[in-house]
Write a protein that binds this ligand. Structure first.
Ligand SMILES: *Cc1c(COP(=O)(O)O)cnc(C)c1O
Length: 439
């Protein structure tokens, strides 16, 4: 192990637990009230800009994806109350969940069935728009459905989009880029599931497989792309565009919560639990919801014990200067969407003052929670996604946070949202195999 980490192991219990592969729950001692959260790396105008761009693209998306016809080209997921799952958690894990438990079903987002349909698709659209505007083929005031015409296909076909992925990012980038007409290369890490590679190849995407981990796949993708001036690299380790695409979830969630007449204020706290890989998706969502609900929303990230990179980066303050391997952790997890060994530097810095905490969970529990959700609510989500319940099944630490924030008597009015990040595209036979895991 890296000797510079010993002092963190000696002084931070969550880091010690993480090093021993124990489940843990770290509460962020750098969380500060909203007015003191001085974020400079991104700003709210950029969320607005991203949101407007998605509106401009809606007529195009509606034209090329039949599943977006009825929703006018807006990629959004359902927010559903899951009372039977609340009962299951309270009964099976003595979770003591008070208030409402809801599921944000990004697991069922159109086009690519995961949270990556927010950031990933957004970044490809932004790139396509930049190219077309620059070439003088498009104006912002045009009806973007013209992008489906052959002239644009031909134009984008001269350009390549590349990305490194553990699976779901590649699916979003691959499907969207191929639809626009780009040549696409997805660099897949060893964790990527076979069916995801097969599906991408069937859509004309070039998939390059690596026996190594995610960071290595990203590195190769970046190098490959830099060597080709017509190639654009979607950089999950640094991309602000991905982050901003995710952050639009904030205003979308607000509209859904209001439509359900659910109050969120100092008497009605909102708790969010979001599975975390490199940090872009949960970080972007957190940034977006904090912008709207400020101190009345409490955001938690969740990670597998074997890939707890954000926990290490945040708890030590080292951000991307530490990887799970530095602590002797192998980074192997069945939660392929979360199989990342080193966190984004950029995201950690943005969320440092606004994140409430990070909980980790063992893989085998993901399968139990998957079966629990299926049997209680008849909803299937993939293993990575089930990490969304990790903090809720550690009631003691959650209670400590609630007491510290003075929320104890308000929890009966609380809303908890578990952010289901993927699952609807899992093929039947893989799903059957998942459901038998660990039995
Ligand atoms: C990618 C992914 C996440 C986390 O997103 P990051 O940006 O890597 O933190 C969570 N769940 C699923 C299913 C994913 O595919």
């Amino acid at each position: 192990m890296d000797s510079r980490l010993q002092k963190y192991i000696d002084t931070i219990p969550a880091v010690r637990d993480a090093a021993q592969l124990k489940e843990t729950f770290w509460l962020n001692d750098r969380l500060v009230p909203r007015e003191e959260q001085n974020v400079t790396l991104v700003n709210p105008d950029q969320i607005r800009d991203a949101s407007d761009r998605l509106v401009r693209f809606a007529p195009y998306l509606k034209r090329v994806f039949p599943e977006l016809e009825a929703v006018n080209g807006i990629i959004e997921s359902e927010l559903r109350e899951i009372p039977e799952m609340k009962h299951y958690l309270n009964h099976t894990y003595q979770a003591g969940v008070e208030g409402r438990l809801m599921l944000k079903m990004d697991s069922h987002l159109p086009i690519s069935g995961s949270v990556k349909a927010r950031g990933g698709i957004y970044e490809v659209l932004k790139h396509a728009e930049d190219l077309a505007l620059e070439a003088g083929m498009l104006k912002e005031t045009d009806d973007y459905s013209i992008l489906a015409e052959p002239g644009f296909q031909e134009f984008f076909g001269k350009h390549t989009v590349q990305v490194g992925s553990t699976g779901n990012l590649g699916m979003s980038i691959g499907i969207m880029s191929a639809k626009l007409g780009f040549r696409v290369i997805v660099h897949m890490s060893a964790d990527a599931k076979q069916w995801k590679k097969d599906l991408l190849r069937s859509r004309g995407v070039e998939v390059i497989e690596y026996a190594d981990d995610y960071c290595a796949a990203v590195e190769e993708g970046r190098k490959n792309s830099e060597a080709d001036e017509m190639s654009y690299f979607v950089d999950d380790e640094n991309s602000k565009n991905l982050f901003l695409g995710y952050s639009v979830a904030g205003e979308r969630l607000k509209a859904q919560i209001e439509a359900l007449d659910i109050p969120v204020d100092s008497e009605h706290p909102l708790f969010l639990y979001i599975p975390c890989g490199i940090g872009g998706a949960p970080g972007g969502v957190t940034y977006g919801v904090k912008e709207i609900y400020g101190d009345n929303v409490h955001c938690f990230f969740t990670e597998p014990t074997h890939a707890c990179c954000m926990l290490l980066g945040m708890a030590t303050g080292l951000q991307d200067q530490v990887s799970v391997k530095d602590l002797g952790i192998d980074g192997r997890t069945d939660a392929d969407g979360l199989a990342v060994g080193r966190p984004s530097a950029f995201v950690g810095k943005v969320v440092e003052p606004m994140l409430s905490g990070i909980a980790t969970i063992e893989d085998r529990k993901l399968y139990d929670l998957m079966r629990g959700l299926l049997s209680s609510e008849e909803i299937f989500i993939e293993p990575s996604s089930c990490a969304a319940f990790a903090a809720l099944i550690r009631p003691e630490e959650l209670k400590a946070y609630i007491e510290k924030m003075g929320l104890t008597d308000k929890m009966k009015n609380a809303v908890h949202i578990a952010w289901a990040t993927g699952g609807s595209m899992v093929p039947d036979e893989t799903r059957e195999a998942y459901l038998k895991m660990g039995l």
